[in-house]
Design a protein around this ligand. Structure first.
Ligand SMILES: [Zn+2]
Ligand SMILES: [Zn+2]
Length: 337
C-alpha cells in the first residue's frame, strides 16, 4: 500500500481546506455541505453551510451574529472531545485567540494535521491558553508574520489607557475595538488593572459582551454609551472602529481617540486613522509567538495561511522545517477590513 501523504487528508480548494476522506471543509470561505469551524470571526465562520461542527461557544457566537438558522444542522464539539467523519477523527484544542477559539486536530490512519485557525500565546483572561498538539503538519496563520511585528505585554495597553485618563481626566476616551474578542479582552484587562468604574459601550458590542458573561467571563458594569450621561468626560467608551470614524462619535465633545489593535504597532496606520492614543493589543501571534510555537512543535511540515507566508516560510526552511503557502483566498484580519 502506498504511504499516505498529508494532502490525501487535507488539501486546499477554492472553498477552503478540504478533507477528501471525511468530506468536510475547515473554515470554508464559501457555503459547503459539511464544515468544521475553528472560531467565530467572520472570515472563518460564515453563514449558509449544511452541517457545522464547532465548539459550543463558537456556535453561540454564530447564532448571535447570523441568527439561529445560520446552518441547516449543528454539532457542538467541546475542547478535547472527538467526532468521527467517515473514519476521520476531529477534535478541538484551545487556540487562545477569542472565546471558543479552537485548533482543529484531524487524525486519519496515523497521520495528524493541526489547523490552528487564528491563535496567540500571550495571556488572555477571556479564553483558555493555546495548547500545543504534536502533529505531522501544522497549519499556521501568518497575520503578523514579519519580524517587525513584536508586541508588548498585553497589560501595557490597559496601563497606557489608564495613564492617559489620569493625564486628561476631563476628556472622554473613545477606544476602537473589534466587537468580537478585542472588546472583551480589553475590558477584562482594564478590570485586572483596577478600573472598576462603568465602561460605556456602543450597541454593537452588547450582545457579544452578554454572551461572554454567559460563558463566565466577568466584564463588570457596561452601560450603553447613549443617553443622558453628559459628555463622558473622564470615562472609557468602547466602540467598533467604524463607529468611531462615523457620525456616531460626534456626540463626544473633545474625545481622545484610541484604537486597540496589533496594527497600532505601525505608526503610519495610527496616523492614517487619526488615532491619538494607539494601543498595541493583538489577538494574533506576533513574530516571536509564531516562530517559538513552530520551534516548540517542530512539525515535519508547516502550511501557512493569511497572506504573509514568505518571511515565515523562509524562517521555517532555515530551521529545517518544510513549509508551503496554502494560498486560500478569503482569510483576512478582521481589523484590517
Ligand atoms: Zn480570528
Ligand atoms: Zn483569521
Amino acid at each position: 500500500m502506498a504511504t499516505i501523504k498529508p494532502t490525501d487528508l487535507l488539501c486546499p480548494r477554492p472553498e477552503g481546506l478540504y478533507c477528501p476522506p471525511g468530506d468536510f471543509y475547515i473554515d470554508p470561505v464559501r457555503p459547503v455541505a459539511r464544515a468544521v469551524i475553528t472560531h467565530g470571526h467572520s472570515d472563518h465562520a460564515r453563514a449558509g453551510h449544511g452541517a457545522v461542527v464547532a465548539t459550543p461557544q463558537t456556535l453561540d457566537i454564530m447564532a448571535v451574529r447570523y441568527g439561529e438558522g445560520f446552518a441547516a444542522a449543528v454539532q457542538s464539539l467541546p475542547y478535547g472531545e472527538t467526532v468521527l467523519r467517515d473514519g476521520v477523527e476531529v477534535s478541538f484544542a484551545p487556540a487562545g485567540h477569542i472565546l471558543g477559539s479552537a485548533q482543529a486536530v484531524v487524525r486519519w490512519k496515523g497521520l495528524t494535521i493541526v489547523v490552528s485557525g487564528d491563535y496567540k500565546r500571550s495571556p488572555d483572561p477571556t479564553c483558555p491558553a493555546f495548547e500545543p498538539v504534536p502533529c505531522d503538519v501544522f497549519v499556521t496563520e501568518a497575520t503578523f508574520g514579519l519580524p517587525v511585528f513584536r508586541f508588548p505585554p498585553p497589560e501595557e495597553a490597559a496601563q497606557a489607557l489608564l495613564h492617559s485618563l489620569s493625564q486628561f481626566p476631563e476628556r472622554a476616551h473613545l477606544v476602537g475595538v473589534y466587537a468580537l474578542g478585542k472588546a472583551q479582552r480589553l475590558t477584562a484587562l482594564l478590570r485586572q488593572a483596577g478600573w472598576d468604574q462603568p465602561i460605556y459601550v456602543h450597541g454593537a458590542l452588547e450582545r457579544l459582551n452578554a454572551l461572554y458573561e454567559q460563558w463566565g467571563v466577568r466584564l463588570g458594569t457596561l452601560p450603553p454609551a447613549t443617553g443622558a450621561k453628559a459628555d463622558f468626560g473622564g470615562q472609557i467608551v468602547l466602540a467598533p472602529p467604524s463607529a468611531i470614524e462615523d457620525r456616531w462619535s460626534r456626540r463626544f465633545p473633545d474625545p481622545i481617540n484610541a484604537f486597540a489593535s496589533g496594527w497600532m504597532r505601525v505608526r503610519a496606520r495610527a496616523r492614517q486613522r487619526h488615532i491619538e492614543l494607539p494601543l498595541i493589543l493583538s489577538d494574533h501571534a506576533d513574530w516571536d509567538e509564531l516562530t517559538s510555537t513552530i520551534a516548540e512543535l517542530r512539525p515535519p511540515e508547516l502550511w501557512i495561511t493569511h497572506g504573509r507566508e514568505e518571511a515565515l516560510g523562509r524562517w521555517a526552511e532555515l530551521n529545517g522545517i518544510a513549509a508551503r503557502p496554502l494560498d486560500i483566498v478569503g482569510y483576512e484580519d478582521e481589523e484590517e477590513a
